[in-house]
Each structure stands twice: as C-alpha cells, then as structure tokens.
Ligand binder design. Structure first.
Ligand SMILES: *[C@@H]1O[C@H](CO)[C@@H](O)[C@H](O)[C@H]1NC(C)=O
Ligand SMILES: *[C@@H]1O[C@H](CO)[C@@H](O)[C@H](O)[C@H]1NC(C)=O
Ligand SMILES: *[C@@H]1O[C@H](CO)[C@@H](O)[C@H](O)[C@H]1NC(C)=O
Ligand SMILES: *[C@@H]1O[C@H](CO)[C@@H](O)[C@H](O)[C@H]1NC(C)=O
Ligand SMILES: *[C@@H]1O[C@H](CO)[C@@H](O)[C@H](O)[C@H]1NC(C)=O
Length: 668
C-alpha cells in the first residue's frame, strides 16, 4: 500500500479581491479511504473576517456526481470515490463564500485534472476479425488490424506494439507489419492454394508500453477465395462442323472445356477466341453462360471454288487472368500455354448450276430419216464449274428414239422418227437433256430438244369409215370421207375412182365429186334397200393411192340420216332359221323359174358375175341385177322394200345361176 501524500496544491492566490484560477491534479483510480482524503483546502480572507455566518461552497458536476465534497467551515475538499480518468479526465467546479446563502465574494473556478495510469490494455477493434482473401493475392493481404488503448494518448500507457504470435496452418508464411501506433497489416510470403487450404487462423497480440505492459490477443480468420489458378482445357482435341458457304448459320458446333476453378466464377468462365483474328469476319464464338461451352456461329458468307474443309484454330482463356505462383527458387512466374484446338469446318460449296446457253434447241429433220444423225447440246455457262466434271443425261425420250453421250452431251437418233407417232405432237418430238455437275449436291440445268419432223408421204389415204349410208328415200348419193395422217402436200384433196376391173360397175355407180377431201358415191339407178360393196380407189395429191371397198348401206332413213334400227324379226331369226326359210323358198323358186323359162319369157336382165374383193369383205356382194329383177321378175316377197331381212347375196346367186341356164336354153 502506498502512502498517499496529501495533495495540497495551494495555488490559490489572491490579488486584491480577485480569485485566481486554480488547477488541482489528482491521479486516477486512487483509493479514497472513506472520503477522508483532503485534496485541497480552500481559503478566503472574507471567511476569516466573518467566521460565523459565512460558509465555503463548492458546486459543479464533480460535486453532483459525488466525487468531491467541501468542508463548509474550513474549506477542505475531500475526494469521495475513485476517479476513472478514461471516463472523467477532468472536473471544473465553482468555489464561493456564502453568507446566509448569498455570495459575498466573486466565485472561483477550480479545475481538477486526473492523471493517467496504465489501467487499460490495448484491444483489437472490429471483432470478430474475419477476412476474405483472394487466392491470387500477392504480398500485401487486405487485412488491416486496428487497435485502441483507452489510456492517455502519447504516453507509454497507450503506445502499442502489435505482433503475430502464430498462424495455422503454417504455410504459406503470413507476416504482420505495424503501420502506426494503432494499425497493423498482414502480408504474405508465397501463395495460397485454395484447393489445399481454404481457411487460416492467425493469432495476433497488442501490447502497450505502460507500467505492467498490458496486452490482448485476437484471432484473425482468413478465408481463401478461389481465383483463376486453373486454365480451361478443351475436353476433346477434334471438333467438326458443317456449313453451306452461302448460308449463315447459328450454332455450327459447340466446343467444351474443363476448368477446375469454382463454377460460375470469373476464374471458371471461359472466353474463346480465334487464334487468327481474321476469322472474326466470318465466324463468331461466344460462351454459353450455363454450360461454359463455346458456340460457333457462321456470320458472313464465304465463297470457295469447291467444297473444302477449313480449319479454325480456337483458343480459350478465363475471364479472369490466370494466376500462377512464382517459383520459390527462381522467383519467376511461368504461365502454362493457352489451350488451343483446331476445329474442322466443312464448307459446302453451294453449287451454281451449269447453265445451258439456251433452254431450248430446235432441230429440223424429215421423219423416217435413217438413224445415226447427232446433235450437240448448246454450250454451258457456269462460273464455278469444270467442264470435265459435267455429265449429260437424257431424261425425256418417250419414244426411245435417241441416245446421249454422257461426256459430250451429243444426242444421236437410234431409230427412224415417225411424225405420226403418238409421242409426236403437232409434228414436234420433245426430248430433254440434263447437264449435271459434280458439286455437293450436284446442280443441273435442262435443255429441251425439239425435233421438228418434216412430213414425208408415208401414209396412204384410207376410208374414214368402212360403211356409208345412202338414204334411199332421199336420194342416191353418199359421201365417202377419207383420212390421211400425212400433211399437205402428202394428203388431200384426194382423187376418187371406181376400183376393180368390172365395167359393169360403171353402169351402176359413179363418183361425183371425184376430187376433194371426200368423194361422192352416186348410184345411177335406184337400189333396193340393202348392203352393197363398192370398190373405190383413192389417191392423195402425190398419186399415192389405195384400193378400198365402201360398204354402202341403202335404207329408208325416214326423216333422219341414219338407218332405223332393225325390226325384232330379223334380229330374232338365227342363221338356221333363215336357212330353213331359204330352203323352202328355193324349192318354190326352182319350180317357178322352170315354169317361167318354159313360158319363153326372156325379159331378164343380164346379171354380171360378182366382183370378188377377197378377204376384204366377208360377203359376196350384190350386183345391180337385184334391183333390175324387180322389174322383170314377178313380185317376190323377200325383195320387197323391207327385204333386208334376207341375205341379199343369195338372191343374185339364184337369179344368175338359174336364168343363165334359162338363157342358154332360150338361145340354144
Ligand atoms: C445446306 O443446304 C441444304 C439445302 O438447302 C440443306 O439441306 C443442308 O442441310 C445445308 N447444310 C448445312 C450444313 O447447313
Ligand atoms: C473433311 O473432314 C471430314 C471430317 O474430318 C472428312 O470426313 C472429309 O473427308 C473431309 N473432306 C475433305 C474434302 O477434306
Ligand atoms: C492447327 O493447324 C495449324 C495448321 O495446320 C497448325 O499450325 C497448328 O499448330 C494447329 N493447332 C493445333 C492446336 O493443333
Ligand atoms: C436437278 O436438280 C433438281 C434440283 O436440285 C433436282 O431435284 C433434280 O433431281 C435434279 N435432276 C437430275 C436429273 O439430277
Ligand atoms: C349392212 O352393213 C351394216 C354395216 O356394215 C351391217 O350392220 C348390216 O348388218 C348389213 N346388213 C346386211 C343385211 O347384211
């Protein structure tokens, strides 16, 4: 226990009647020993003079707060409790002499200064001390430690030394550098490695220089934040994509990388680039923010002579520059090479078709010409083709008359061409040829070959219809139409004449008109209704002719121009029925004719032999005699106007045979 001398600093001086300012110094934290300690004795001569009524009086915060008390009689000032300088470093009080409560002199201001002792240890501010430090930090760590010491400034009591006591883990070495009396900073030797250690604990101490060297410690926590210490690496060394040279395309291909840094940090996010910056004109590569893949876009058309593979060299980095710790022995930083790959892009040449100079070629030739003639296709115009790579194909040749040389495109006829073929339209035969190049895909163009086939007289005129109708009730003329597939001058107008050698024909028939696109067949004498075969000869303009047989159907047309449908009897009679009827009549006729002949009646017309057309007609045809018979012969029922029910061919046979016999008999 230290002796506590009365601290009586009687600085109170009076000059005349004025009070002089007095300062008292007290040490903090002194024990008070029950408030007995006299810190001062106030004094005033007025008090001496009037000791009975006048009293000392002290006022101010120090009195109100219970630190000081004054003895009203003798002016002793006592300290009642310990003073903490860090709370109340100084007191200002007012000292007066009061007589019956009234000041009898000017008041005096007393100041008490509290002297510091080292009763506060320095402490670290901003606890807890937790810092995030980037993995790529070099040297100075962003960790500043602030301390405070409540003791009086600029004294050893508040002079602080800060130091590091330990770190955990021990590597890399962390050091502490004091910046000022109140600040220190941590520094680093070497590099953090986030993959190995993510947290460090550093114990630091602050110690003052006052009596007793008070100190405190704190633990600084360093959390290592991952940065870019791993370069991205392509997962594959080969990537392949395809584009059409003139077709812009998004997402041609994607390239993938691997990065060991923390996902979605700038040290992980990839940044792709073209090694050759010139590629940026045609291609673009961007990063997929989700997958970190590089997406290649084709952004500008590029023209090549042909389909080729091009190579794009692509490199990859991270958004954040790569950090590599310096080599311990050499102190040198060696960055690994940037990962690069070659990407193959197949550039399809978009093929411009080879173009025929003309889309259509007209070829003029005569039909039925000997095959073997050849025609070359029109020349080709194509900016990007090689004539050797073109092949020619004949795609349309409906009649199969042509062949094509695939190399030269020469088209050759292999058979005669017939102008009258169903594949020929209006005298034109159309074939189509293709020129196809070797592009990918092959492009082509077409050319039509139009063969204009000149007519030759390769067709004879012929009857448009085998039968013509002669309406017996209206007249004695039937028109005979003719067709000839050839064109003029190899067709009509045609010349008509009666065919055959039989002079008798001319007595029954004539042709009027006998020149024209159809002929008129005129019967010179009336005809019984029935069918008649008339041989005619038809010639085209060039005299090319043919003999044909006209079947003339003579009938009662009524109002119309056609024969009426036949009655039910004729249609129901079968050949056998007709035969038996004929047989019956034959017997009757025979008897009748014998009778006539014997009567010497020689009025029968001479009947000519039938003209046999051969296979052209199935029937033996009637001769004019049939008609004449009606005049000479008595009325025979089957020769009446509806006599068509009986086969006419039989009638002349009967008449001719029997009457001939009769004539001979008559003449003989
Ligand atoms: C190229 O173009 C063709 C035709 O338009 C198309 O079928 C093909 O898919 C395209 N190729 C590419 C790689 O875009
Ligand atoms: C282009 O590359 C692809 C894939 O590597 C290959 O199949 C193709 O043959 C190449 N084409 C050319 C013209 O080199
Ligand atoms: C890509 O190809 C070029 C040319 O062939 C070559 O010089 C380069 O080294 C290649 N790059 C890679 C990453 O293979
Ligand atoms: C010609 O080209 C067209 C269009 O590309 C194609 O559809 C056609 O098949 C080709 N024709 C031939 C004969 O190659
Ligand atoms: C007459 O000719 C027409 C047409 O050829 C035929 O339909 C008909 O049966 C023939 N008439 C007779 C009686 O032969």
């Amino acid at each position: 226990m230290r002796t506590f001398p009365l601290l009586l600093l009687e600085l109170l001086l009076r000059s005349k009647r004025d009070w002089v300012l007095s300062t008292i110094e007290l040490r903090e934290e002194e024990p008070v020993y029950g408030g007995r300690i006299v810190v001062s004795q106030m004094y005033n001569d007025q008090k001496k003079e009037d000791n009975v009524h006048s009293k000392f009086h002290l006022s101010g915060a120090g009195v109100d707060d219970g630190f000081f008390r004054i003895n009203e009689e003798n002016g002793e000032v006592y300290l009642l409790k310990k003073i903490d300088r860090e709370k109340t470093p100084h007191f200002e009080m007012k000292f007066e002499i009061l007589t019956d409560g009234v000041a009898i002199d000017d008041p005096l201001t007393i100041i008490v200064d509290v002297e510091d002792i080292n009763d506060n240890a320095p402490i670290f501010k901003n606890l807890p001390l937790i810092f995030n430090v980037k993995e790529n930090t070099k040297g100075i760590l962003p960790v500043v430690l602030d301390v405070c010491d409540e003791d009086q400034e600029d004294t050893p009591n508040s002079k602080v030394t800060i130091r590091m006591l330990k770190q955990e883990p021990a590597e890399p070495t962390i050091e502490l550098k004091q910046l000022s009396n109140r600040k220190a900073q941590l520094t680093l030797k070497g590099c953090f490695d986030y993959d190995r250690i993510k947290t460090y604990k550093v114990t630091v101490e602050a110690k003052d220089h006052g009596k007793g060297f008070l100190s405190s410690t704190a633990v600084v926590t360093l959390n290592v934040v991952d940065t870019n210490t791993h370069p991205p690496k392509f997962k594959k060394k080969k990537f392949y994509g395809e584009v059409n040279e003139s077709q812009l395309k998004k997402n041609v291909l994607r390239v993938e990388v691997e990065d060991k840094d923390t996902r979605n940090t700038p040290g992980w996010r990839a940044k792709y680039f073209f090694v050759d910056k010139k590629e940026e004109e045609f291609f673009q590569i961007e990063t997929d923010p989700k997958t970190n893949e590089g997406i290649l876009h084709f952004i500008k058309e590029k023209h090549y002579e042909r389909t080729i593979n091009i190579t794009l060299e692509i490199g990859v980095e991270n958004e954040e520059p790569l950090f590599v710790c310096a080599d311990k022995s050499t102190g040198k930083v060696t960055l690994p090479p940037i990962d690069k790959i070659n990407v193959t892009i197949k550039m399809f040449e978009v093929n411009d078709a080879p173009q025929f100079e003309k889309e259509q070629v007209d070829v003029y030739l005569k039909e039925e010409e000997e095959p073997g003639e050849g025609w070359l296709p029109p020349t080709l115009a194509d900016p990007d083709f090689d004539i050797d790579k073109i092949r020619f194909v004949l795609t349309e040749d409906p009649a199969g008359w042509l062949t094509i040389d695939p190399i030269t495109g020469k088209v050759t006829s292999v058979t005669k061409m017939d102008r009258e073929s169903p594949f020929v339209e209006k005298g034109i035969y159309k074939a189509i040829i293709y020129a196809i190049d070797d592009g990918e895909p092959p492009a082509n163009s077409t050319c039509s070959l139009l063969f204009h086939l000149g007519d030759v007289n390769d067709n004879k005129p012929k009857l448009a219809s085998k039968s013509v109708i002669m309406c017996g009730n209206k007249g004695n003329k039937a028109m005979v139409p003719v067709i000839d597939p050839d064109d003029p001058p190899y067709s009509g107008p045609f010349a008509f004449s009666l065919g055959g050698v039989d002079e008798n024909l001319k007595t029954q028939w004539k042709l009027d008109p006998d020149i024209g696109m159809e002929g008129g067949l005129v019967s010179l004498t009336p005809l019984a209704y029935g069918n008649y075969s008339v041989p005619v000869e038809i010639e085209d303009q060039q005299g090319m002719g043919a003999q044909d047989t006209v079947n003339v159907i003579v009938c009662d047309c009524g109002e119309a121009d056609v024969c009426p449908a036949r009655g039910p009897l004729s249609t129901s009679l079968g050949a056998a029925g007709v035969g038996s009827i004929i047989l019956g009549f034959l017997i009757f006729l025979l008897l009748l004719l014998i009778f006539i002949c014997q009567c010497g009646q020689g009025a029968m017309t001479h009947i000519t032999l039938p003209y046999d057309e051969g296979s052209q007609t199935l029937m033996k045809y009637n001769v004019e005699g049939g008609g004449a018979a009606s005049t000479a012969m008595p009325t025979i029922p089957w020769l009446s106007s509806n006599g068509a029910t009986v086969t006419d061919s039989l009638k002349p046979a009967i008449g001719q045979g029997l009457c001939g016999l009769c004539d001979k008999k008559l003449t003989g």
